[in-house]
Design a protein around this ligand. Structure first.
Ligand SMILES: *Cc1c(COP(=O)(O)O)cnc(C)c1O
Length: 404
């Protein structure tokens, strides 16, 4: 059977206890057992279908987890209280003292800070590399390396990881390939390309309403069981569990993800082409000028496009700030971090979401002061949006009318 992520989501059915079209929300932290023996078996992990305590699992969280596992094509999944609450337990589960991680250097600021500043407290060391250079990735592996870590489309530079190539390296060296797929849900299916574990910050496109933080870990039943193990599971013991009310809410939003992703991609691709034609330095994986355009194409589920994220470089920080303030004034979007909202969101990563990365390293990876990261919204009339954006740029001498 062909792997069709959105269809799988649509096909999953869970009914409420009175035949409701949405599943009932499980509103309990603890669960009764008819016998003491059954409770013991559940603790030992030998009683499938029994719930013990909601930090371990709950019906609502399992519904959402199963829907996300279907989307990513994994055996199962575990939902968490945030994206970071998914990333950190995965890495702590896979690595112990003296272990080593090879990570892309262009990753989410929080993930970078965790690997650079926090994990070393447990003597877990990370080498940061240009993930697009497979020879450098492989050369960085040591006898202690346990994990290859990357984002399918990186934050904020929109570098694209060659997941098949990385997977081949991981298999050769017996490593786990962990991929954060937050920027490209539905468009890219990392497990199909050889990833072992896929993580999302559900906070972004998947939930899509900017009303919560949430996360998920998609993987094999064995790995998810390990994470939930009452004796040594990082999810169970670090405790970043999602609340049932929230997972019910995220599940309802997930039902429309396929439509939203198509619109985000359509709008972003329209603007990226216009901006580039106007002579702006534009980065969008859907542009032929993007160094990994062909690679993205070779990996993507075509229907969902190249995603909703793009960047432009307007030269310097003052111009970037002026433009973002003016666009907000014209109601084109919000000067805000995060992504995947119905409204366009923009921020300057150098001074916000990537400020954890030291300035010299920012320069080295091409993260300049004038860079604006856009999460393009669901605008119904993207032509009109472009017209007004262009007027803003002309007004600030970013686009000189006589030059374009
Ligand atoms: C936002 C984000 C995270 C962190 O997720 P939270 O839900 O904020 O904890 C991780 N990775 C990427 C790529 C993100 O954009």
């Amino acid at each position: 059977m062909a792997f069709k992520p959105a269809n799988n989501i649509q096909d999953l059915q869970y009914f409420g206890e009175f035949g409701g079209v949405n599943p009932s929300i499980s509103d309990s932290s603890t669960y009764t057992f008819l016998s003491a023996k059954k409770m013991f078996d559940t603790f030992e992990g030998n009683a499938d279908g029994c719930y013990l305590y909601s930090r371990h699992s709950s019906p609502s969280n399992l519904y959402l987890g199963e829907a996300l596992a279907a989307m990513e094509g994994t055996e199962t999944a575990n939902v968490t209280a945030s994206g970071m609450g998914a990333i950190t337990p995965v890495l702590m589960q896979l690595c112990g003292a003296d272990d080593h991680i090879v990570s892309s250097r262009t990753i989410y600021g929080g993930s970078y800070a965790f690997l650079k500043n926090f994990a070393p407290k447990f003597n877990i060391k990370t080498t940061f590399v240009d993930i697009t250079k497979l020879d450098i990735v492989e050369a960085s592996i040591t006898k202690n390396t346990k994990v290859l870590y990357c984002e399918s489309v990186s934050n904020p530079l929109l570098e694209v990881a060659d997941i098949k190539g990385l997977s081949a390296i991981a298999k050769r060296h017996n490593l786990k390939l962990v991929v954060d797929n937050t920027f490209s849900p539905l468009s890219i299916s990392p497990v199909k390309l050889g990833a072992d574990v896929v993580i999302h910050s559900l906070t972004k496109f998947i939930n899509g309403t900017s009303d919560t933080v949430a996360g998920v870990i998609c993987g094999t039943q064995e790995f998810i069981n390990d994470l939930r193990n009452v004796n040594n599971g990082a999810c169970m013991l670090l405790g970043s569990t999602m609340d049932s009310f929230r997972s019910a809410s995220v599940l309802k939003n997930l039902r429309t993800l396929h439509i939203r992703m198509q619109q985000h991609s359509y709008n972003a691709s329209y603007l990226a082409e216009k901006f580039e034609a106007d002579g702006l330095k534009t980065v969008y994986p859907g542009l032929k000028s993007h160094p990994s355009h062909e690679l993205f194409k070779s990996m993507m589920n075509e229907k969902y496009g190249f995603g909703g994220m793009l960047t432009i470089d307007v030269g310097d920080q003052k111009k970037a700030n002026d433009l973002m303030e003016l666009m907000q004034e014209k109601n084109l979007g919000y000067l805000a971090v995060s992504l995947g909202f119905y409204k366009t969101l923009f921020s300057a990563p150098g001074s916000s979401t990537s400020s954890e990365i030291p300035e010299n390293e920012q320069i080295e990876m091409g993260l300049s002061d004038g860079l604006i990261r856009f999460s393009i919204g669901l605008d119904a009339d993207i032509k009109r949006t472009y017209q007004i954006m262009r007027e803003c740029m002309e007004q600030l001498d970013i686009l000189k009318p006589e030059l374009v």
